[in-house]
Design a protein around this ligand. Sequence first.
Ligand code: HEM
Length: 448
Amino acid sequence: MDAQTPVPVPPPGCPAHAAGGRIPLYGPEFAADPQAYYAYLRHYGPTAPVELAPGVEATLVTDYPAALQLLQDNGSFRKDARRWRAFNEGLIPPDSPVVPLLAYRPSAMFADGAEHLRLRQAITDSMARVDTRLLSRRTEQISDYLIAQFSSRGSADLLGDYAKQLPLFVFNQLFGCPAEIGDRVLFGISGMFDGVNAEKAAEVFFGAAAELVALKRNDPGEDVPSWLMQHQARLSDQEMVYQLALLMAAGTEPLRNLIGNTLHRLLTHDAYAYRGGLIDEALDDTLWENPPVANLAPHYPAADMEFAGTKLYAGDLVMVSFAAANTSPALATARQSGSNRSHLAWSAGPHGCPSKEPARQITVTAVENLLNKLPDVELAVPEESLTWRPGPFNRGLTTLPARFTPTAPATARTSAREETAARTEQPSAARGAERGGMWSSFLSWLKK
Ligand code: HEM
């Protein structure tokens, strides 16, 4: 902060007063009004001292040009979390809620240089083989199925009943999961995100992913795991499991929040008036103003350095606030005249999201189909009563209660049924359906 800058005044209720000068990016106050925190953090200059969870310190880049500079400089900044000094010195509480996301795993997200290129190329080449028209059709079928579960009720939680479920089902499709493995994948990943018995959930998820890898090695299909293992990068079984876990984790949680935040925007801003063409606009505005991944891109300086006026030391945790950079008042004019897609919601540089296009496509299809099937859907509670999930990384609602005119539940169309049965049905489908997991219920519905 330079000498001219007035002393920042913390937002109302901000516990900055008690956090040793570091601004906490957790707790109900932050979740209720993160933009007040970002406005406050900007007073420090392009970077600010924050606390991600009790005892976990980081430097947060809030300025758009500085964020771009960091994201594109993989010489000075590294992604390998084994460089995280505070973690190596035992200063991070092992049970801290931020450890599962920040601690090192052998995936593209934590790799640098040639190793990153190899893993990332395998991911981008495999995702590029996804047939976009088929992806839209699959997403619409899944959307129809989820809507059919609540359409006759006249009310639903569009977060828990829809936005949260749809990406998980889409990934089971992309992964060509047979019923029984798919049920365990959904159970495991949901538990890991919800933090309910997370250790057991992770065990179930990784067990199912390893089984899926073994299955695809023996019996490859037209699906992402099979394409990944056929790639010239020649991934080992362990690398396969970690890249599948990365795809699922990096895909489903942000997708849930992108669908949720876009629906929230459409239901709370009359200007969009629910017309098809405006869904794209609401989506772009969400990516600018309420991005699902709010603060992430953990990086570690390779050596002591000066960055944007701040002294950083080798192994310091430095993160980017996509939400703060996007909403910088200095950008407001440029945003009107420049590209409407130059926000940082997908990050940028070598680790920027490799799946923007499928993610957009899934979101638009999910939102459009819901608005088509429930044309008079509206918020069922006052907007001010909605609450957001706590934590520094993701920006997402806890619930999105809505009401609409009840309709008879749809059944799967015959053409969809035949096509899907041909592509995804595996011998174990019937056994899984008997056990009544979410994925097997969907496969059974398709067969009706
Ligand atoms: C089909 C769905 C998606 C898939 C498969 C996917 C996959 C990935 C992968 C593999 C990475 C790591 C890339 C690397 O380190 O080289 C990544 C990064 C990222 N993705 Fe996505 N993603 C999806 C959806 C989304 C959505 C909906 C958003 C939010 C708008 C998003 C935002 C990001 C961001 C901000 C990063 C950088 C994170 C960081 O550096 O810490 N992604 N994504």
